[in-house]
Design a protein around this ligand. Structure first.
Ligand SMILES: NC(=O)c1ccc[n+]([C@@H]2O[C@H](COP(=O)([O-])OP(=O)(O)OC[C@H]3O[C@@H](n4cnc5c(N)ncnc54)[C@H](OP(=O)(O)O)[C@@H]3O)[C@@H](O)[C@H]2O)c1
Length: 288
């Protein structure tokens, strides 16, 4: 039985993999977060691998506070890049394939058609820069799959959906930016995509298809349109006003456009991806 190490397992994506894990009893999962395995600590990473046989690493650990990263760059870099170097190093030493998660924020958002894996990266935020450096570190692993995703939400953890539900029940009116376009991604769908890769990778004929891949739910919207969908489906009587990014200044600059072209993921792994609206309704059923 293959053993899969999940780092950062208490986050949105890690929790979704945990929730699905009982359906994948062909794998033995090791779920770890800070307490069990702080990936910033190389000695801790080394000794963790000394003590058990691990066949695949899925790195869900990250520093994801995009605005805070602007003034807390060292900590963001430490988790998003230096710690990834530790995982890549142990992967190389022990011949363990690594699946690493990255972000649409590696792009500047100046394009107006979906980003392919080969498109030029040019992060405009500190978070995006640390994640890009993390990709470079991850690519030094024994074998590596990097999955860039966007606008992640889940019934676990903090995210836009939960913030909108809270604001929608507290306020009569809110302003949400309408000039940033992307694809909301239900972390459960990404978790299923990752587990599908692991299933295929463990079949002899398929192998571990190294490379960079893009994954988000299908379709696109602005944050404003996403907020409208949330209010409508939660029956919240809160007026949503569209505003421009310039009228909602944040410490970190966000890409204006961050649609990801998923063709490579879908064809390489023979995997169908749901539209964001369908996935979102599924998530709402999970949010109490
Ligand atoms: N969230 C998004 O909108 C978004 C969009 C695009 C890409 N991504 C990427 O998708 C991946 C998953 O994101 P997510 O939303 O699931 O993140 P998340 O909810 O913030 O979860 C990350 C987890 O990693 C843990 N962690 C942080 N530093 C660690 C360390 N040194 N050792 C072990 N664990 C550590 C965090 O603990 P603490 O919470 O205690 O810090 C948290 O439990 C990340 O690579 C992220 O960059 C996210």
């Amino acid at each position: 039985m293959n053993t899969i190490l999940i780092t950062g397992a208490n986050g949105q994506l890690g929790n979704e993999i945990r929730a699905l894990s009982s359906q994948f009893s062909i794998f033995n999962f090791l779920f770890t977060d800070y307490e069990e395995l702080d990936i910033r600590n190389y000695d801790a990473v080394e000794s963790f691998f000394l003590n058990q046989t691990i066949d695949y690493i899925v790195n869900c650990a990250a520093y994801t506070n995009v605005d805070k990263a602007e003034t807390d760059y060292e900590n963001a870099l430490n988790i998003n890049s230096n710690a990834v170097k530790h995982l890549a190093s142990v992967s190389k030493k022990r011949n363990i394939p690594l699946i690493h998660i990255s972000t649409d924020y590696v792009f500047d958002g100046n394009q107006d058609f979906p980003y392919k894996e080969t498109d030029r990266v040019n992060p405009s935020s500190a978070y995006g820069k640390t994640k890009l450096l993390g990709e470079i570190e991850a690519s030094k692993a024994y074998k590596c799959i990097i999955i860039r995703t966007s606008w992640l939400y889940s019934s676990f953890g903090h995210n836009f959906v939960k913030t909108m539900i809270r604001l929608g029940s507290e306020k009569n009116e809110i302003n949400v930016v309408s000039d940033q376009t992307g694809s909301p991604t239900y972390a459960k769908d990404l978790a299923e995509g990752i587990l599908n890769i692991l299933i295929k990778s463990t079949s002899d004929s398929y192998g571990f298809k190294e490379g960079i891949y893009h994954f988000s739910n299908e379709g696109s919207c602005s944050w404003y349109e996403f907020a409208l969908e949330i209010m409508k489906n939660k029956n919240l009587n809160c007026k949503v006003n569209p505003i421009q990014t310039i009228d909602y200044p944040t410490p970190a600059k966000r890409p204006k456009y961050s649609l990801l072209d998923k063709t490579k993921f879908k064809t390489s792994f023979n995997f169908e991806i749901r539209n964001w609206k369908e996935a979102f309704l599924d998530c709402l059923n999970e949010i109490k």
